[in-house]
Design a protein around this ligand. Structure first.
Ligand SMILES: Cc1cc2nc3c(=O)[nH]c(=O)nc-3n(C[C@H](O)[C@H](O)[C@H](O)COP(=O)(O)OP(=O)(O)OC[C@H]3O[C@@H](n4cnc5c(N)ncnc54)[C@H](O)[C@@H]3O)c2cc1C
Ligand code: FES
Length: 279
């Protein structure tokens, strides 16, 4: 059992959760994730390590409430316990000195982008970050991301804060004016990552994405997270989660993400109606 040390709302639908997990905190690297199971009847869900503190023996998770498991997680308070926590899983991000890099975060993607931007800044890169959300209420960690970036551009789809528009617009402008950009890292909803990939492709700038495929075991055994990269089958949990965006079969990823939509909707309705903890 893993004790929740702190829990707060970063936005009406996004939870910050700091959990006691000393063994994971000791080994954590930017880009890795954990698989959690909230209770004994819960499903296993992957969440990225948004931060960690090896001295305190804690890890930080940021979770967007979208279905049964993330709503269950939201119902827990500081002092409550999470049943299972496995990690760190997946391969760590590359943290070389590439020169100038652009980090693009969409929605809850700010959480996984933050430790990657910090690691890239620490490796001597010039880090230009772009963070975007549908509206002002869904933005969080602006100051945190700013603290590890040389430049930060914020966008909202509806213009309720900062620049109006999608993250791909400043991304294109940066690539047009700055030929030194050597790498783009983009994390957010799959559709946003797909469009970031389409934006960078004509410029020939290597683009890395962290894929949010559906997962079960998280250790390469069930095949649930399989995707196609350069026509080769890969498992997001053990071969990723980061991949070369220009080689990903985006349509397959998007189709497989929707594979259990009806069941997930029914499960959430049941959970909201009876608050019973079945998945
Ligand atoms: C490696 C990895 C790291 C992740 N890190 C984070 C993180 O740090 N924070 C965070 O909030 N989320 C993260 N996710 C996504 C998170 O795992 C899912 O949101 C979660 O499993 C949903 O579970 P649920 O039971 O609440 O919703 P479900 O009932 O499973 O789904 C509800 C709705 O969301 C859609 N959905 C479900 N899973 C995903 C998914 N993986 N991607 C896109 N849409 C999905 C479904 O189609 C459905 O419509 C990560 C995913 C992966 C693979
Ligand atoms: S989650 Fe089972 S193989 Fe990746």
């Amino acid at each position: 059992m893993y004790k929740i040390l702190a829990k707060e709302l970063l936005s009406p639908v996004i939870d910050y959760i700091r959990v006691e997990a000393p063994e994971i905190a000791k080994k954590a690297k930017a880009g890795q994730f954990v698989v959690i199971r909230v209770d004994e009847v819960g499903e296993r869900i992957p969440l990225t390590l948004a931060d960690w503190d090896s001295k305190e023996g804690s890890i930080t998770l940021v979770s967007q409430q979208i279905g049964t498991s993330t709503f269950k997680l939201n119902s827990l308070k500081s002092g409550d316990k999470i049943m299972n926590l496995v990690g760190p899983l997946g391969l760590a991000s590359e943290k070389e000195n590439f020169g100038t890099v652009v980090c693009v975060a969409g929605g809850v993607g700010v959480a996984p982008v933050y430790p990657i931007a910090r690691a890239l800044k620490g490796a001597g890169n010039k880090v230009i970050s772009i963070m975007g959300a549908r509206n002002k209420d869904l933005l969080f960690w602006e100051e945190r991301l700013k603290s590890v970036s040389d430049e930060l551009i914020v966008t909202t789809d509806d213009g309720s804060y900062a620049r109006k528009g999608l993250v791909t617009e400043p991304l294109k402008e940066i690539l047009e004016r700055n030929k030194e950009v050597k790498r783009v890292i983009s994390i957010g909803p799959a559709i946003m990552m797909k469009f970031c990939s389409l934006t960078t492709k004509p410029f020939g700038v290597k683009t890395i994405v962290s894929l949010n495929a559906l997962m079960v075991d998280g250790t390469g055994m069930c095949g649930c997270c399989r995707i196609s990269v350069a026509d080769v089958t890969k498992f997001v949990c053990v071969d990723g989660p980061e991949f070369d965006a220009h080689k990903v079969d985006w349509d397959l990823l998007l189709k497989r993400q929707m594979g259990y939509c009806d069941e997930e909707k029914r499960s959430l309705e049941r959970y909201k109606t009876c608050k019973c903890h079945s998945s």
